[in-house]
Ligand binder design. Structure first.
Ligand SMILES: [Zn+2]
Length: 260
């Protein structure tokens, strides 16, 4: 299918589609944690409540043309709206170039969109909404039934191991320190990641998340003069690990095993 359409058409369409969905993800990121509807009311300025017209809702372009400000009250819109749209656009191009115009791409687009949403909600509120992760586990299992990329048993094992490993770590941490370290949200998120990517992705994702988490943790602590009780949300790092596995996991694992 992809071969019969002009390459530039596929790339432009995929980019635009990703940006439009990214715009919707922005709405989810700001409204889901407050249990607001993601459909009503229409997008409005958070400062003066004026409902935005259609040309102020064009992904990427509106932000650039209005220089990130409300036309009426001049309030600044966060540049994150723009970056989330751009990130989603690039991720959708990456998915189409990796998996083609297939059902696998559709499933992984849903997966990646959920991870983007979870990442920014966790950064803002230190929570991972169950309304994303729990249906995500189920969708991941169903996805394995229609995708040629992953078998159902691999998906089931991924969900079970994903939930089991982090649950054991969380219980162990609490038993040793008497404090609650890792949230239940991370457990459910890793179960969803395992369901979509299979059991091999679980140790990979945890390893990648811990590496990038340690590096960022050290940088943040150095800037804040070593705050010992600093708690960084783990969800964004798990999302980073999962997306790395989706695109590079098999190659990295083969390269690693090839060293022995
Ligand atoms: Zn305004």
């Amino acid at each position: 299918m992809a071969e019969s359409l002009p390459f530039s058409f596929v790339v432009s369409f995929t980019f635009l589609f990703g940006a439009v969905i990214g715009s919707f993800l922005n709405v989810c990121i700001y409204r889901l944690p407050d249990h607001e509807s993601i459909v009503f009311p229409a997008s409005h300025c958070r400062a003066c409540s004026r409902v935005l017209s259609w040309y102020e809702n064009v992904p990427l372009l509106s932000y650039l043309l209005q220089r990130g400000k409300c036309r009426t009250c001049g309030a600044h819109f966060s540049s994150r709206y723009f970056w989330v749209e751009l990130l989603t656009a690039f991720l959708s191009i990456a998915l189409v170039s990796r998996f083609g115009l297939t059902l696998t791409t559709v499933g992984y687009f849903l997966f990646v969109a959920s991870l983007v949403t979870v990442t920014f909600i966790d950064l803002d509120h230190q929570i991972i909404p169950d309304v994303i992760s729990l249906p995500g586990v189920l969708v991941g299992l169903l996805f394995s039934l229609v995708s040629s990329h992953i078998s159902f048993w691999d998906s089931l094992a991924g969900a079970a191991i994903g939930a089991g490993v982090l649950l054991a770590v969380a219980l162990g941490y609490t038993a040793i320190t008497g404090r609650e370290g890792m949230g239940g949200g991370d457990v459910k998120l890793l179960a969803m990641i395992g369901a979509f990517l299979g059991w091999r992705s679980v140790p990979f994702t945890l390893f990648a998340a811990s590496c990038i988490g340690s590096i960022i943790g050290v940088i943040v602590m150095a800037r804040r003069n070593a705050n010992s009780q600093l708690a960084l949300p783990f969800g964004p790092f798990l999302a980073f690990g999962a997306i790395s596995y989706l695109f590079f996991g098999e190659r990295l694992i083969n390269w690693y095993l090839g060293m022995f």
